[in-house]
Design a protein around this ligand. Structure first.
Ligand SMILES: [Zn+2]
Length: 564
């Protein structure tokens, strides 16, 4: 491939990934493939600019079609977990800006890993900013829950800030917009505002003088207006095709005690106003947010333009959704309030606390969410992808034990009393699991029901038996020598040393038609080996031929949660 073709290839990819190709990003890729290009970068940049310009005028389907002609080697993707446009090594600053109005879920994990990993791949830093300017919805409890979950995920942030600490600064920027004639105090009723927005109609307040707006703003700050009586609006374009630009709200009155600022303020900024300003003044270079904010990009840059503030690069990515799982506060809150789940950490929930309780490793969550990258394509994977990531990570180290679900008695007539030792993991040398075996065992009902008289089976890691008698209460068998290993190898327990055990099995919380699934939590009951007594709550182990489980409670009956 000649250099022009390589430029074309990366320009297409860049345009496809981010909506528009950026010459800087393309140049980086080209130089990586043609190091000699560095010496004649001026000449190359001219070519890049020309091609990028051409591609940026192409429509998405055209780009997609052209892009399909090229292949992308794995090795360059490996270099950076996430590739950012116009990013300089060591200078990238990202931010994770959660609103502390709920418990974090896997959607937050996607956002934060994109912020964190992209900063990390450029040796940059990530800020944590609590976007807390709606006192009615926010709580310290949620701040704590978010921080705890981030720590559990292994996220490290450079600095922790709160939007509510910037209120005086934001007031200053609001006043600047008023003085520039770019903002006005609107006293219309909420329904009127809505209707005018729909009909693209300007209201009388839009024509007020700067002086009048300044007076009204001061009255707003002095608490003279009640909620809904006055808002500060951006003077956008009431005729804009993009409804976001139809004079959006910059500040509104909320008379409610804030969890941290208490009663200090009664006028609160809107997301559209605070987000661009804080990204800019906190030094963020790349601001990522999910695709549903895409239309708000216009107001983001309009405000920074008017205030002559530095503009971060905005990147929009597809929001994560999971099949038959409620990933939104709207769906999550009623489930918790109506006690259809056991709390925010119910193992059926996609909250990070729920996933932790289910024995999902932070690394599995990271691998799962990062596989979608910064792409904008919507997809709705099921839990299975996350669970198989988890299994892959657990398999090399999780300890193995025996669990016998719905136990059935097995008598092996010629089995002699003996003590046997088994390994906790096939890779270990040491045998630490102790079993005192006699001639009475338990095996699971699911195995017992299919075994036929005369059939030879293996009691795993013990001996082979042949079944000689079978009735409702029990099976009788004898130890036999076989030349071939029997096909069926089953787990077992010595009858004299079992521990009652319950395993909670989480399923999909929602049915295919989006309703609450009443059968989403089932319980498997049986016995497990006594050796699990040495485990601690939180340990994730494997019950052989059953699955990975997390120890949840240790009492008379030991309780596990099925993981994957
Ligand atoms: Zn008005």
């Amino acid at each position: 491939m000649d250099i022009e073709e390589v430029i074309r290839k990366y320009a297409l990819k860049n345009a496809y990934d981010y909506g528009k190709a950026s010459p800087g990003a393309v140049a980086g890729k080209v130089v990586a493939e043609f190091p000699e290009a560095k010496s004649k970068i001026k000449e190359i940049m001219q070519k890049i600019n020309k091609i990028v310009d051409e591609i940026n005028r192409m429509k998405k389907p055209e780009i997609e079609k052209e892009l399909a002609k090229y292949s992308f080697e794995k090795k360059e993707e490996k270099k950076k977990t996430i590739v950012l446009p116009d990013a300089a090594e060591g200078a990238v600053v990202t931010r994770f800006p959660p609103e502390p109005n709920g418990h974090p879920h896997i959607g937050h994990a996607k956002a934060v890993f994109l912020d964190y990993e992209s900063a990390k791949s450029y040796n940059g830093k990530m800020l944590l900013r609590f976007d807390d300017t709606n006192p009615k919805k926010e709580k310290q409890e949620y701040v704590d829950a978010i921080k705890e979950s981030l720590k559990w995920l292994g996220i490290e942030w450079e600095k922790e800030t709160y939007t509510s600490d910037y209120i005086p600064i934001l007031y200053g920027f609001g006043e600047k917009l008023i003085s520039l004639g770019k903002a006005y105090v609107c006293l219309c009723e909420q329904d009127e505002i809505k209707e005018n927005r729909r009909r693209m109609k300007e209201c009388a307040h839009r024509k007020q003088s700067v002086q009048k707006n300044t007076e009204l703003w001061k009255e707003m700050l002095a608490g003279k207006f009640e909620e809904g009586e006055a808002i500060l609006r951006y003077k956008g374009d009431m005729g804009a095709a993009n409804t976001v630009m139809r004079d959006p709200t910059l500040f509104r009155v909320i008379k409610w005690q804030h969890y941290m600022q208490k009663n200090k303020y009664t006028v609160w900024p809107s997301y559209d106003f605070e987000a661009p300003i804080l990204d800019s003044i906190e030094g963020v270079t790349h601001a990522m947010r999910s695709k549903e904010y895409e239309l708000r990009e216009a107001i983001y840059y309009a405000i920074l333009n008017d205030l002559e503030l530095r503009k971060p690069i905005l990147i929009h990515f597809a929001r994560l959704s999971i099949k038959n799982a409620p990933i939104s506060k709207r769906l999550l809150i009623p489930l918790v309030l109506e006690k259809k789940v056991l709390g925010w950490d119910d193992p059926r929930l996609p909250t990070l606390a729920g996933l932790k309780k289910r024995g999902i490793l932070p690394e599995a969550i990271k691998n799962f969410v990062l596989r979608f990258g910064l792409g904008k394509a919507e997809s709705e994977p099921g839990w299975e992808i996350l669970l198989s990531e988890n299994r892959k990570l657990l398999d090399p180290s999780a300890k193995r034990f025996f669990f016998v679900k719905n136990p059935v008695l097995l008598e092996v007539e010629n089995s002699k009393p003996q003590t046997i030792l088994l390994k906790e993991h096939p890779n270990l040398e040491k045998r630490t699991r102790v079993f005192n075996v006699s001639n009475q065992f338990y095996i699971q009902h699911d195995d017992a029901k299919n075994i036929k008289i005369g059939e030879k089976i293996r009691l795993k890691d013990l001996f082979n038996i042949e079944v000689v008698e079978k009735n409702k209460e029990k099976l009788k068998a004898k130890v036999v020598e076989t030349t071939e290993m029997p096909q069926l190898k089953i787990q077992w327990l010595p009858k004299a040393e079992v521990m009652p055990c319950r395993v909670f099995v989480p399923g999909d919380l929602l049915t295919e038609d989006g309703k609450y699934n009443k059968k989403s939590l089932t319980v498997d009951e049986g016995y497990c080996e006594k050796n699990v007594e040495a485990l601690s709550v939180g340990d994730v182990i494997q019950f052989e031929r059953y699955g990975f489980c997390r120890l949840d409670k240790k009492r008379k009956e030991i309780e596990f949660i099925y993981s994957c």
